[in-house]
Structure formats: structure tokens, C-alpha cells
Design a protein around this ligand. Sequence first.
Ligand code: ZN
Length: 252
Amino acid sequence: MIRRVDHIAIAVRGLAERLGFWSDAMGLEVGGVHTVDSEGVKVAFLPADDTKIELLEPLGADTSVGKFLEKRGEGLHHITFEVSDLPVMLEKLKSKGVQVLGDMRVGAEGHRVAFLHPRSAGGVLVELVEGAESHEPVDDGPISAGSAVLLYLREPQEKIWGVLRRLDASGATIEGIDLASFDDWVAQVEREEPSVAGPSMLFVPMIRVEKMLLDRSSGGLPSLAERFFRRTGRSVQEVIAEAAAEADDPSA
Ligand code: ZN
């Protein structure tokens, strides 16, 4: 499934000249410039919200971008989409008759990538990159309101997963669900059933808090929020906010 546009790549004859438009005139900041010898290209990245513009200047006429310029002139080179599960996506595309260029491979940043033939896409080269963990809102800082957390409680022992709303000396307010019910709840959301066993707002006094961990992907294991996303295609924050809005609305 497609998540977002990762970047839009544009072939240019000279970076310096085209940065005049993209950076000076459009106001995008240059996030980095680097040379990729193996691809025969010099690249400038210009972040734009959660996507970016990638300018490609060939290192020579016989590079792939050099040949592209020769044939088609400056302009759109490829569009890259981030997808959640590349092999599944490729199977689906193939079943619809889309021509995949070569095999899935590991790209520059260590993610699996694949290209779709421009012939299948009306003349546009489409790149797909799998970025399951790369673009999640990564919370590397301390736990704070809005973080997805795992809360371990004592007396009695319980584990609660949820989104932290407030944390102070008296305790933690969390919009959460007992970990044991998490999978049932995800299945419910997946089937688009009205949520009866969804997260609710809880206050846990500090004396019952044994520990609190950030819900994050580690060692190849996806976080619970990521698992939720993979199964339902929706962000857990969004679903919780929706459920809360429904609960507030007596007419619903
Ligand atoms: Zn690219």
C-alpha cells in the first residue's frame, strides 16, 4: 500500500543553475548535496514538508541521467512512493499487468526498492521504496504527551498500551487499552466494526506505575503502533481521536 510520495526527482543539466529556482525562488532549503559515483550522478535533496525534491545532475554524458537529458531534456525523471510492503505491492501490480523493471533490490539507504517501467505509467518512471520504519514519527526524546507507550502496572499487574496524554508526579493519564485486548481491538478496526473494546482514557496513580516504555520498533520488530498501521492502514492516533469524538457526540 502506498503511504506517501517519498521524493520527486528532476533531471537537470546543472545543479547550481536550477537551485536558483528551487531554492532561491521557491524557498526550499537544500538538505544535502552528494555525489553517487555508482549512479554517475550528483544529487541535491530539498525537503518539502514530508516529501522532497531531488535534483539529479549527471556526472557525464554516458550516465543514465546524462542519456535521459540527451533524449528528453531537463524535467521530471522519476517519482518515488513509499510503500508499506514492497513484495505484496509488486505482486498486485504484476497481476494488473504493470511491468516491473528488473528485480526488487536494496537501495542506497538500505531499503528495498523497485522501479516500474514508464511504458506502464504513461511515460513516468515510478520508483517504490519500502520504508516501514524510516518515516514514522520517531520519538527518540524523553516520553512526553502524545507518545505511544507501554505502561507496566503493579498491584495488580497489568500492561497497558496507549497514547500518553499527561504525566506528572501524581500519575499518568493515558488513552489506552489492556495489552491483552490489543489484538482483538485491531481486528475490530480492521473489520471496520464499531469499536466497543477500544482504548479509553485512564488515570493511573504513580504508585501503580512500575515502568513506562516508549512503544517503538526495535531489532526488526515493529512497534505496536506500526503493527496497527500495517494491519489497518490507519494511524492509531487518528483512530483513537475518532473514537473519542464519537463518544463525545451523543447523536452518534
Ligand atoms: Zn530518486
